[in-house]
Design a protein around this ligand. Structure first.
Ligand code: MG
Length: 324
């Protein structure tokens, strides 16, 4: 791989200052990958432009998996080629392997995300490998990325529970997180893949990670609202010192490999809660809702995010009052 035009800025990577929360937006990738109707690249560009407009600075835009695996994301190269270049905005691409990494770097991405599961069965069902096989392969991918100066986030799924195995040993998640960091991952995103976590478990997991030497500033939380606990779990993570949280506009998307899983934490819900607490996110909530409204129109259905629904209702009332 050779140096190519870069989409990243010189903004400091990954580390968010204490007291300020960094929102990592996943809607263009995790949000859309389960959508049965393939969204035109123009609609995806509209979504990303709306997210940038709302002040989101970390946006996972697509995945470099085989096109046959996730047809929705088969336009990855075209999409990335047409993204708005904005100072301070980092675009991330999900990469399953070294070939995916090469493709991401070829189109100019300087930020990539890898993935594996904390539980053996989910990992086998998701990527058809044992955890040890995944870890060996990811060491190569992460090492190659680091050689290129590419920043790496490593997702660890099913940390707070596995749909096949039930509870997951915290020690397993900790050891995998440490191995991924040793391999060179800059950030570890702990995923509650099917919304099995609870606030007490979140605090236990974070405490164990920190005690084992995973720095708080390198931990992100990717929570699902499958059973309505995403915000409570995020608050528990915030109280435990985590400052990076994943959100998806309108709560769009889930996990295609976990039966029944749905509902990424909605960015607007998360931003609203944090702002109400006096925590800065750099996100303009109204503009985030506008991005959610536009995405709902493009998908042709209402989105599950609760703040977005409130905001749309409030706007409808205001409009009705104006015309009364
Ligand atoms: Mg998700």
């Amino acid at each position: 791989m050779s140096p190519r035009q870069t989409l990243s800025s010189s903004a400091p990577d990954v580390l968010a200052p204490t007291g300020v929360v960094r929102i990592y937006e996943v809607s263009p990738r995790d949000g859309l990958q389960n959508e049965p109707e393939i969204l035109p690249v123009e609609a995806k560009l509209r979504l990303v432009a709306g997210l940038v407009e709302a002040g989101l600075t970390d946006i996972e835009v697509t995945s470099f998996v085989r096109a046959s695996w996730i047809p929705q994301l088969s336009d990855a190269a075209e999409l990335v080629g047409r993204l708005p270049r904005v100072e301070g905005v980092r675009y991330w691409g999900l990469v399953p392997n070294e070939r995916g990494l090469e493709r991401a770097v070829e189109v100019g991405l300087r930020h990539v995300a890898t993935f594996m599961s904390a539980s053996e069965t989910h990992n086998r069902k998701n990527v058809n490998r044992t955890r040890q096989e995944s870890l060996s392969a990811l060491r190569q991918v992460i090492g190659a990325a680091r050689d290129e100066g590419v920043v790496v986030r490593s997702y660890l799924s099913t940390v707070f529970g596995c749909p096949y195995e039930g509870p997951v040993a915290i020690a397993d998640s900790v050891n995998l997180a440490l191995s991924l960091m040793e391999a060179g991952a800059d950030e570890i995103a702990l995923g509650d893949t099917t919304g099995m976590g609870d606030p007490a478990l979140v605090q236990r997991v974070i405490a164990a990670m920190v005690q084992a030497g995973v720095p708080l500033e390198r931990i992100a939380l990717h929570m699902h609202d499958t059973k309505g606990t995403a915000l409570a779990n995020i608050l528990a993570g915030y109280q435990a010192g985590v400052r990076t949280f994943d959100g998806s506009i309108g709560g769009v998307g889930g996990c295609p490999y976990a039966p029944g899983a749905s509902g990424n934490a909605a960015t607007e819900d998360l931003v609203h809660m944090l702002h109400a607490m006096g925590v800065h996110t750099g996100v303009d909530l109204d503009r985030a809702c506008q991005a959610g409204q536009a995405l709902a129109q493009d998908l042709g259905r209402p989105l599950p995010g609760r703040y977005l629904r409130y905001w749309l209702g409030a706007h409808a009332r205001t409009a009705a009052a104006r015309t009364a």
